[in-house]
Write a protein that binds this ligand. Structure first.
Ligand code: GLV
Ligand code: MN
Ligand code: MN
Length: 407
């Protein structure tokens, strides 16, 4: 099956006809359809299919028990109205790269696996990379049990409804211990490759990033009869806090976004009792990120107090800076630079986006390849990569896998 036909098969799954974006949320019907597709791809290639205790899917060529395996893959879930490429490009490219290696007639000296990590985006339960975090022991079972979606359904309930056993979740050091190298291919979520004129790049680092929930609690009241001076309207400090986040991020050279909000009672003619906003902030280093988030929280407290509104701030998730292992990164650069005038001249890029590769990097040697995105747009239906660049990504991934698993 070609890259093109795999892409065409996945394209309709979880796609909203209204927005053209994807709604492939963890443990929903669209997620199940993506998982069925992964399993079919594995089985049609004679790979050994495995579902791990945390709902991550694996397709093995060779015996995992031998260890020092080379693993590639990404995720198939999406953000609300996400693009087609963030995640699926890495999974589809992995199967296509394996097909290319088989066509080349290479002999594998190490086991190889393709993985689909569950719930990478955290769109439903608010925490990103749940599948890889659980496996790596970066999310405890107790914390996972407390994750709840917007309808009050807990993660274990959602898993059970989708036919999975939530009792099994937890750290999986044995499975991760089989991996000698993990390489995730991903669409670039910026324009560095477009600007440098390269189809493929290598990741250097992932910025530290996190999500903070700001709960502004005021007093519900009538929008028509309550004098302005008598109000405790949480929307006001929330709005001022959004502007403060922009200001703090600009001053620090970081990014800060309030992209999700919940309002109670959410009536046009009612002053809200609660405004809950989620801050996503990222910076090149930890100290800068701390400065931004501390600054936003300080401003939010002042604004809330001025309106007689209560404020709670909870850090819901955090991922420290990831510096990908230099030896593996240089090995990728050597493999991909071999046909060029000078080795090591494949662009090496940092990114502000989170990935399962970042989570695994604390446990196993990990690297990433990026495929050019001509507009840089991501987490949007407009996300794009040309088929030519995707195919160049498949060839690069095949070269890397051949270099790592056939030596
Ligand atoms: C995931 O894509 C993230 O960076 O939030
Ligand atoms: Mn994403
Ligand atoms: Mn992704």
């Amino acid at each position: 099956m070609t890259f093109h036909s795999m892409w065409a098969e996945l394209r309709p799954i979880g796609r909203s006809s209204a927005s053209g974006g994807y709604r492939r949320f963890a443990w929903t019907g669209a997620d199940t359809d993506c998982r069925d597709w992964f399993r079919q791809q594995a089985e049609s290639r004679g790979l050994t299919y495995e579902l791990d205790r945390n709902g991550n899917q694996w397709a093995w060529l060779g015996d995992p028990a031998e260890g020092d395996a080379v693993v590639t893959g990404s995720h198939l879930d999406s953000v609300p109205d996400g693009g087609a490429f963030d995640g699926p490009l890495g999974v589809v490219s992995s199967f296509a790269a394996l097909d290319e290696l088989r066509a080349r007639g290479v002999r594998f000296t190490k086991p190889l696996a393709i993985v689909n990590f569950g719930d990478e985006e955290g769109a439903r339960f608010g925490l990103a990379c749940v599948g890889s975090r659980l496996a790596a022991g970066q999310l405890t079972v107790e914390q996972a049990h407390r994750l709840t979606d917007a309808d009050g359904i807990t993660l274990p309930q959602a898993m059970e409804r989708a036919g999975y056993d939530p009792a099994a979740i937890g750290p999986d050091p044995e499975r991760l211990g089989r991996i000698g190298a993990f390489v995730e291919l991903h669409v670039e979520q910026g324009r560095a490759l477009d600007l440098s004129g390269d189809q493929v790049g290598i990741a250097s680092a992932i910025w530290p990033h996190g999500r903070w929930r700001f709960d502004f609690r005021g007093e519900a009241n009538h929008a028509g009869t309550t004098r302005l001076v008598d109000r405790h309207d949480p929307m006001l400090p929330y709005a001022e806090t959004v502007l403060a986040a922009r200001r703090e991020a600009r001053l620090a050279g970081a990014v800060a976004t309030f992209g999700k909000i919940a309002v109670e009672p959410n009536g046009v003619n009612a002053i809200p009792s609660l405004v809950r906003g989620w801050l996503d902030s990222r910076a090149a280093d930890q100290a800068t990120l701390d400065t931004v988030v501390d600054g936003v929280e300080r401003a939010a407290r002042e604004y809330a107090e001025a309106q007689g509104v209560e404020l709670d701030v909870v850090r819901e998730s955090f991922t420290p800076v990831v510096e990908f292992e230099h030896a593996l990164r240089d090995e990728l650069a050597r493999i991909l630079g071999k046909d060029r005038d000078a080795a090591l001249n494949v662009p090496v890029l940092g990114t502000g986006a989170g990935h399962d590769a970042g989570i695994l990097s604390g446990t196993v040697p990990t690297a990433m390849l990026f495929v050019r995105n001509p507009t840089g747009v991501s987490h949007s239906p407009a996300e794009h990569a040309t088929e030519d660049d995707c195919v160049a990504g498949v060839t690069a991934l095949a070269d890397v896998l051949e270099g790592l698993a056939c030596r």
